[in-house]
Design a protein around this ligand. Structure first.
Ligand SMILES: C[S@@+](CC[C@H](N)C(=O)[O-])C[C@H]1O[C@@H](n2cnc3c(N)ncnc32)[C@H](O)[C@@H]1O
Length: 267
């Protein structure tokens, strides 16, 4: 299953980077590294680490590497791991062009076979990682393993409550139900998993993590991900109507969920 997913990401990687890691986006992260995170996640990350300088940070399933670049610019010693070689190649090209010393490691987040145990202060994952993972307990056991005692795990993802619902493609203000919440998958040809809140929580605590905080929040226009719109300009042009729950019932749900968890011990 992992090969199908890696091949698909390799095939789409150049386009993905052109859209999600353009020079303008990277310049924006350079001028304000915290912009790479939604506002609510900035608060969580700052509470976990008031200062990232000298901290060892692992970003598994690193994708567009926006978070990787941000942590590097904040002074952390960062490892970016992904299952798709082309994603790592595109990210490394950006890092090399900017003279950033970042480790790029080809690895499966469910195994982290090239990552040493007990060596990281923070494991961070964001937006679009869990959907590709068919074995959450293994992934969380390895996140736990690679952290130092007292190490932190921080993540945000699509809120699972959104998964059963779809927008009518001819009328974006109409929503329909596509499946029950419990239908976790796999769905589609390139297998997707729509994990529930209880699946995330159980995998985390089952691996040994203590959950410090859980947040549910809405997408904000102007942030790096506008959710309902392609970008902030499209949102503004539409008067942000799709973000208004009185017009679009789907917008009443939180779009994102975030967790902050800890491995027992002292950093
Ligand atoms: C949507 S990105 C998520 C990361 C980032 N937040 C982003 O928005 O680009 C998904 C990434 O997960 C990677 N991926 C999928 N399955 C993986 C696995 N089992 N182990 C490691 N990486 C994986 C893909 O290659 C892709 O780069």
């Amino acid at each position: 299953m992992s090969d199908i997913i890696a091949n698909d990401w390799n095939a789409g990687s150049d386009r993905y980077f052109a859209e999600n890691a353009s020079e303008a986006i990277i310049d924006r992260i350079v001028s304000d590294p915290m912009w790479a995170f939604p506002e609510e996640m900035r608060v969580m990350l700052r509470a976990a680490f008031p200062d990232f300088r000298g901290r060892r940070v692992l970003v598994p399933s690193s994708g567009d590497n926006a978070a990787v670049f941000a942590f590097h610019l904040l002074g952390a010693d960062v490892t970016s791991a992904d299952i798709a070689e082309r994603q790592l190649y595109n990210a490394k090209n950006i890092a090399d062009a900017r003279g950033w010393a970042i480790d790029f490691v080809h690895d499966d987040s469910m195994k982290l076979g090239h990552i040493e145990s007990g060596t990281y202060d923070l494991v961070y994952t964001s937006n679009g990682v869990h959907v590709w993972i068919d074995d959450l307990p293994s992934m969380y056991r390895n996140f736990y393993r690679v952290l130092k005692p007292g190490g932190q795990y921080v993540m945000f993802e699509v809120h699972p409550f959104n998964r059963p619902l779809t927008q009518d493609k001819d009328d974006l203000f109409r929503i329909a139900c596509a499946k029950p919440y419990e239908a976790t998958g796999p769905h589609f040809d390139i297998p997707n998993h729509h994990w529930r809140v209880q699946d995330l929580f159980s995998a985390m605590t089952g691996a040994g993590f203590s959950v410090r905080s859980l947040i549910e929040f809405h997408s904000q226009t102007g942030c790096h991900s506008c959710w309902w719109y392609q970008d902030a300009r499209a949102a503004e042009a539409d008067g942000c109507r799709l973000s208004d729950w009185k017009r679009n019932p789907f917008a009443a749900l939180p779009q994102w969920i975030g967790f902050w968890a800890e491995k027992g011990g002292r950093l």
